[in-house]
Design a protein around this ligand. Structure first.
Ligand SMILES: Cc1cc2nc3c(=O)[nH]c(=O)nc-3n(C[C@H](O)[C@H](O)[C@H](O)COP(=O)(O)OP(=O)(O)OC[C@H]3O[C@@H](n4cnc5c(N)ncnc54)[C@H](O)[C@@H]3O)c2cc1C
Length: 391
């Protein structure tokens, strides 16, 4: 089989890239390990930067998003006895949008079906070959166990942290930070008890009140990475959330828990993001802890830059943008890696009581100083996708 671009992975990065290429008349084939249903039902990210929304609209998948996404002007920062609102629109001139990764994925899957481009789900033993030639190819076994080979002009690894693409890059360098805590994520069928997200520092550990819709809320609790989910009954979860999010005069609504799981927290970057005719995008090249809501947004930013580079390379035979892709993408990756690390370090209880006082001083500074609030707002609401990330 022959295509212009072989895409490994059908998460948001792979699906969006396929869609943007299709709009420019470039055909692609997606190879994915899971079923399409599995891919679209994974409960993950839920906050979109305004730049991400612009890219999704440009990709032709903005209709339901425009109708259903909930616009947030900012977030609340909380520490015991205080809940302070940061207004991103006021300080950075842009809002963020609540729209689940599940919904983004469903919209992209529907668009791909409409475009009639080919995809192989439940693919096994995916391997990449001849990446430093003009004729790279990908091999795998399809859902029926039949050996397949896709010849392409370019291969793009959108296969997340565990996928094979980055391992096919010789001489790459990786940077990693494992955090000494994890998040217990909870999806609950209950109306949010807040109009915008609450990020709460607490003596017993961080808590986040997020949401997915008017009827579904998302919560996170800082826990030990070795914590077993069986030790967290629904009652214990609600009791801890009520305690860590407590504010006089405010009540937390509770409801049936739909899903709960423990998520490890790490920062990871691998460089370069290109080797010959192989390009990496999204979680295949970098992981951020979710505190800054950057994972999905970074994947979209990578793909936006890469789609332009591949159109220039494959349609106009102009290699400059493709040659610059890794450096261009990494500038934003490292900025977002720093922001995600900074938010994580400020909000999670770790270290000793001296560290706790430093965290509280930092939180008060962000809430009280227009300059400090603006720094958080610009990063959270999203820096420009191409270039200019250092302001
Ligand atoms: C459990 C979890 C919770 C998260 N929660 C949040 C959150 O609350 N907020 C936030 O901002 N971000 C969150 N993230 C991060 C965010 O979801 C990711 O940054 C985003 O999914 C990146 O998209 P992607 O397409 O690059 O990677 P992925 O969505 O991981 O997609 C990669 C795809 O590649 C496929 N694949 C893997 N190996 C192979 C193979 N061998 N062959 C073929 N296909 C393969 C996978 O099945 C997957 O479909 C979370 C991530 C995880 C894992």
């Amino acid at each position: 089989m022959r295509t212009r671009v072989a895409i490994i992975g059908s998460g948001p990065a792979g699906l969006l890239l396929a869609q943007l290429l299709d709009l420019s008349g470039i055909d692609s084939v997606i190879v994915e390990r899971q079923t399409a249903d599995h891919v679209s039902s994974r409960i993950r990210a839920g906050i979109l930067e305004s730049g991400t929304v612009d890219v999704l609209r440009k990709a032709g998948v903005g209709e339901r998003l425009s109708a259903e996404a909930i616009e947030h002007r900012g977030i609340y920062l909380q520490w015991p006895g205080e809940r302070r609102h940061l207004d991103f629109v006021e300080s950075a001139n842009r809002a963020v949008y609540v729209y689940g990764q599940t919904e983004v994925t469903k919209d992209l899957l529907a668009a791909r079906e409409k475009a009639g481009q080919q995809a192989f789900y439940q693919a096994d033993a995916v391997a990449l070959h001849d990446l430093t030639t003009d004729r790279p190819y990908v091999t795998f076994r399809d859902a029926d166990g039949v050996a397949q080979r896709i010849d392409a002009d370019v291969v793009v690894g959108c296969d997340g942290y565990h996928g094979p693409s980055k391992r096919a890059m010789p001489g790459r360098r990786s940077w990693e930070r494992a955090y000494p805590f994890a998040w217990l994520g909870v999806l609950a069928e209950v109306a949010p008890s807040t109009d915008e997200l609450i990020y709460a520092w607490h003596e017993d550990g961080f808590a986040l009140h997020s949401m997915r819709s008017d009827t579904v809320s998302r919560f996170y609790l800082q826990v030990d990475p070795a914590e077993r989910i069986e030790e967290w009954s629904d009652d214990r979860i609600w009791e801890q959330l009520a305690s860590r999010l407590h504010l006089d005069g405010w009540d937390l609504k509770t409801g049936p828990v739909l899903e709960k799981s423990v998520l490890p927290m790490r920062s990871f970057v691998t460089t370069p993001m290109r080797h010959g005719r192989l390009f990496l995008a999204g979680d295949a090249a970098h992981i951020v802890p979710p505190t800054g809501a950057k994972g999905l947004n970074l994947a979209v930013a990578d793909v936006s830059v890469l789609a332009d580079a591949l159109v220039a390379l494959l349609v106009d035979a102009s290699p400059e943008l493709a040659d610059a892709y890794s450096d261009t993408a990494l500038r934003r990756v490292w900025r977002c890696t720093h922001f995600s690390w900074w938010m994580t370090s400020m909000l999670h209880r770790h270290g000793d009581d001296f560290d706790a006082q430093l965290q509280l001083a930092q939180l008060r500074r962000v809430a009280d100083s227009a300059a400090a609030a603006r720094e958080l707002a610009e990063n959270y609401a999203g820096l420009p996708i191409a270039g200019g990330v250092h302001g």
